[in-house]
Write a protein that binds this ligand. Structure first.
Ligand SMILES: Nc1nc2c(c(=O)[nH]1)N[C@H]1C(S)=C(S)[C@@H](COP(=O)(O)O)O[C@H]1N2
Ligand SMILES: [Mo]
Length: 204
């Protein structure tokens, strides 16, 4: 017997039996697959804008410089794609959606949003899933500019839902008083997409 400290175990996460892994997911480790329905657009920061419209008191559009000048915040945690890969401990930097929504002042009747991309991609979310510090307009990944294929210059980040909700090349949010299925949701995917409840397809 010695009086040594107990060992901390091995460094790194096991591929299975990871309590952070939602049901049916695997740990993609260093891989970050690209999943795009569109060709990656050539979208320079100077051509990027972000708009909040629909059921708001003050529809607003921000340029890149205006958005980058807002108070920033970051997300460090996990992301989960419905195609079953998850990534652990990733870091995105950006601006909380709360900052944009507070400026536009949502109508009390607003219950849902449709996020839309500069390419035409859409995805729907309950307003409650993009407020309260749960969603970002993300500009950086691991402290470097977000790569174009991953949605740069800016994407939506809603990490507590399946990653198809995190619209790449984000152009805006439209606030609605009802739910309106987006691109994948019209094609059989779940309206909300909570990975912990395995809400992959409509009816799950
Ligand atoms: N504009 C746009 N955003 C999108 C998609 C897309 O096809 N177009 N795919 C979604 C899906 S299905 C996933 S899993 C993630 C993938 O992001 P990644 O390519 O950075 O891994 O983006 C989401 N956002
Ligand atoms: Mo996906």
């Amino acid at each position: 017997m010695t009086g040594g400290h107990p060992t901390r175990g091995f460094v790194g996460r096991p591929r299975t039996h990871n309590p952070g892994l939602p049901p049916g997911q695997y740990d993609a480790r260093d891989d970050w697959p690209v999943l795009s329905a569109e060709v990656t657009p050539e979208l320079a920061p100077d051509d990027w804008t972000f708009r909040v419209d629909g059921l708001v008191a003050e529809p607003r559009t921000w340029t890149w410089d205006e958005a980058r000048a807002l108070p920033g915040s970051s997300y460090e945690g996990d992301i989960h794609c419905v195609t079953t890969w998850s990534k652990f401990g990733v870091r995105f930097g950006g601006v909380s959606l709360d900052v944009f929504l507070d400026a536009a002042r949502p109508d009390p009747a607003a219950t849902h949003v449709v996020a839309y991309s500069h390419t035409g991609y859409t995805t729907n979310l309950p307003l409650a899933d993009v407020t309260g510090g749960k969603a970002w307009v993300a500009f950086t990944y691991e402290d470097a500019p977000l790569p174009a294929e991953h949605g740069g210059p800016a994407r939506l980040l809603v990490p507590h839902l399946y990653f198809w909700k995190s619209a790449k090349w984000l152009a805006g949010l439209r606030l609605l008083d009802h739910d309106e299925p987006g691109f994948w949701e019209q094609n059989g995917y779940h309206a909300r997409g909570n990975p912990w409840e395995e809400q992959r397809y409509a009816g799950d």
